[in-house]
Write a protein that binds this ligand. Structure first.
Ligand SMILES: [Zn+2]
Length: 214
């Protein structure tokens, strides 16, 4: 059965330009022109989506979770915040966030995570999915685990400094709305982590909608 992408509000003054389903455990690339708006949507709920972004004018400059945390002096951005690059340039504006729980501390999952922590040599990972999506779309942006925003990831830092991953609590149709403040290349991954509570033990699709000023 074809997956139905939940309805989301059209940003006032914008028109839908395209939409794409990212199948469970896979990734997809998109290009955004400055001023366009991207909605990153969880189709079924409790799913983490890993997001990376690069400046098309100079893809050596990428969205950086660490620089964003430093610029905002907050561990998690809020609606109205900007998201910053490796050179502290604002790349995206967070217009809307129906969840409010995300991780900008840990890298996305990678083959080494599954080898070292679970003894698995062939488990899917966000980094592998992202590299496959970039190759399939002939984009040459360089992915690195630490460039990923772990969108909707329900991590808590305890008073004694431990990082604990809990099941996300958000439902179908939860979404982020991001405005491109520059011409950008982006990739989004449906995280295939099924060995921790990260995705509530069930890997499901995410979706991307792009809107342009109407
Ligand atoms: Zn992952």
């Amino acid at each position: 059965m074809a997956e139905v992408i939940p309805q989301t509000p059209v940003p006032p003054g914008y028109q839908l330009r395209s939409e794409e389903l990212v199948p469970a455990g896979q990734a997809a690339t998109v290009r955004l022109a400055r001023g366009q708006v991207l909605q990153l949507i969880d189709v079924q709920g409790q799913q983490v989506a890993d997001l990376m972004a690069w400046r098309l004018a100079d893809p050596a400059e990428a969205f950086s979770p660490a620089h964003t945390v430093s610029c905002l002096t907050r561990l998690v951005p809020r609606e109205g915040d900007q998201l910053f690059s490796t050179r502290r340039r604002p790349l995206l504006g967070l217009r809307r966030d129906t969840v409010g729980r995300h991780d900008l501390v840990v890298p996305c999952c990678d083959p080494e995570r599954y080898q070292l922590d679970f003894g698995l040599d062939d488990h899917p990972s966000c980094l592998s999915s992202i590299q496959a999506a970039l190759t399939a779309s002939a984009e040459t942006w360089t992915p690195r685990g630490e460039l990923a925003w772990n969108v909707f990831m329900h991590n808590t830092i305890t008073p004694d400094g431990h990082l604990v991953t809990e099941e996300p609590t958000h439902g179908p149709g939860a979404h982020l709305e991001l405005e491109a403040l520059d011409d950008l290349g982006l990739v989004a991954s449906s995280c295939p982590q099924d060995l921790t509570p990260c995705n509530a033990w069930n890997i499901t699709p995410v979706a991307l909608r792009i809107f342009s000023k109407g």
